[in-house]
Design a protein around this ligand. Structure first.
Ligand code: CMC
Length: 429
């Protein structure tokens, strides 16, 4: 029950709106009964002032630049935990005991292979298809392969679907990559940890022995961890909205992947690296900064700005450290793209336009730099984001399905179209 309320006056009539208080963050006006009582809707395109659900999973303080998963700050998780432990935390709410962790690892590992028939499904795509296009199709098609985990009313099937998705995403992302470069698919090696296994499936070939560099595996794991969840962002809201109709989890995650692909969201990591390449040399940066500031030019500095963070993106802080480590390890710090990135960051952080609008480098700015240094093509950046975010989508989807208050998501609108009019016969138009 809310113990605070706000008054809303419409045409001399007062309405009490309960105020809900979260454990953290701003209070929330409860307008659920508003339409029934006052016959008005609220208007909030882009949901800039709207809480679409209650959630116990992730908290962001955009002004302070804080991100917590289940209460644990991202810096601690990125420094001391690992991705699979973070998956457990996001899915079940608490850090696992050693026994719970080993059981979870065992369950995920047992599900890393995909149905052999899926190889044929992959082969139906053009080789030059973007791996995200392949991912949307293949993940959606999982409901055609794994019928025994599509009943959303059955908690056991929900659990199996969650494990399957987390386990198979690296395999599917790596297959999408291998297919696009014309190399044979590499089966998972369950002796390897989650991140090493992904690198192995992407970079090894049957003709040669490939040893995963533990430092690179650690950097990969950190990228997964930093992207694991981010409360009610566009793709997560898409997953929740799709799931609110009772759609199966594979269809919902495919919807999330489709949404993530856009350059304003997960597609920004690819767009950012392409922008750095287009800039090419440090002396051309001022030209691009000027374009970003020009109101008549749609160009934006990719990898800068965030809807919620109006301070440094805490994920970017960790990612920046990781980028420095990886570049040093690989000895590629003098790569021209990376030189442009460093100089662009320096200039943008001092420029009045970016400073006054609080446009800091975001997670996508640095992740692309690391992934490029590791040898991934830009087209794989967003699939890697999708792989990492799958656990967040699934945790949020499970939370929603398990919530007794869950109902189908159905926003209303401010209709600004034509008044009622009568059909005119073709001969009279
Ligand atoms: N370059 C230049 N100007 C910018 C940028 C940018 N990257 N981002 C925002 N602005 C300006 C924008 O023109 C606007 O100016 P004004 O107030 O004068 O009209 C002001 O800053 C506020 O921008 P907004 O579009 O109202 O902010 P938003 O919250 O709707 O958009 C954003 C957030 C992330 C979509 C946007 O900053 C952007 O397009 N950034 C580039 C794409 C990007 O890096 N996306 C990844 C986000 S982090 C990972 C993820 O969530 O997937």
């Amino acid at each position: 029950m809310a113990d605070k309320s706000a008054k809303l006056r419409i045409n001399d009539q007062d309405y009490d709106l309960p105020i809900l208080s979260p454990t953290q963050g701003p209070d929330v006006l409860d307008i659920r009964k508003l339409y029934g009582q006052a016959d008005v809707f609220t208007y909030d395109p882009g949901f800039t002032s709207t809480a679409s659900c209650d959630s116990t999973i992730t908290f962001i303080d955009g002004d302070k630049g804080e991100l917590w998963y289940r209460g644990y700050p991202i810096e601690q998780l990125a420094g001391q935990s690992n991705y699979l432990e973070v998956c457990y935390l996001l899915l079940y709410g608490e850090l696992p005991s050693a026994e719970q962790m080993s059981d979870f690892e065992h369950r995920v590992t047992r599900h890393t292979m995909v149905h052999e028939q899926m190889h044929n499904f992959f082969r139906g795509f053009r080789r030059d298809a973007h791996p995200m296009a392949t991912m949307v199709g293949v993940i959606g098609a999982m409901s055609a392969f794994y019928h025994d985990s599509t009943d959303v009313a059955d908690p056991w099937q929900r659990e199996v679907a969650a494990i399957r998705l987390i386990a198979k995403m690296p395999t599917i992302a790596a297959m999408a990559y291998k297919y696009s470069i014309g190399q044979p698919f590499v089966y998972p090696d369950n002796e390897l940890d989650y991140a090493s296994n992904f690198l192995h499936m992407c970079f090894s070939v049957p003709a040669e022995k490939y040893t995963v560099d533990p430092a690179l595996a650690r950097a990969m794991d950190r990228i997964f961890t930093l992207h694991a969840d981010h409360e009610q962002n566009a793709s997560t809201s898409t997953v929740r909205l799709a799931g609110s109709s009772g759609a199966n989890p594979f269809a919902c995650i495919a919807a999330g992947i489709a949404c993530l692909w856009g350059p304003a969201h997960g597609g920004a990591n690819q767009a950012c690296l392409e922008m750095l390449r287009e800039i090419g040399t440090v002396d051309r940066i001022p030209e691009f900064i000027a374009r970003a500031k020009d109101k008549n030019d749609p160009f934006r500095l990719m990898g800068f700005g965030h809807r919620v963070y109006k301070n440094f993106d805490p994920r970017a802080n960790v990612m920046k450290e990781s980028a420095d480590e990886v570049l040093e390890l690989l000895g590629v710090g003098d790569n021209p793209t990376l030189q442009v990135a460093k100089e662009l960051e320096r200039i943008a952080l001092e420029d009045e336009y970016f400073v006054s609008k609080k446009l800091y480098p975001n997670v996508d700015f640095y992740s692309g730099i690391i992934l490029e240094a590791m040898g991934f093509p830009t087209s794989m950046f967003t699939p890697i984001f999708a792989l990492s975010r799958t656990v967040g989508w699934i945790a949020q989807w499970k939370e929603m399905i398990g919530d007794p208050q869950n109902k189908i998501g159905r926003p209303r609108q401010l209709y600004v179209g034509s008044e009622r009019r009568d059909y005119v016969d073709f001969s009279k138009r």
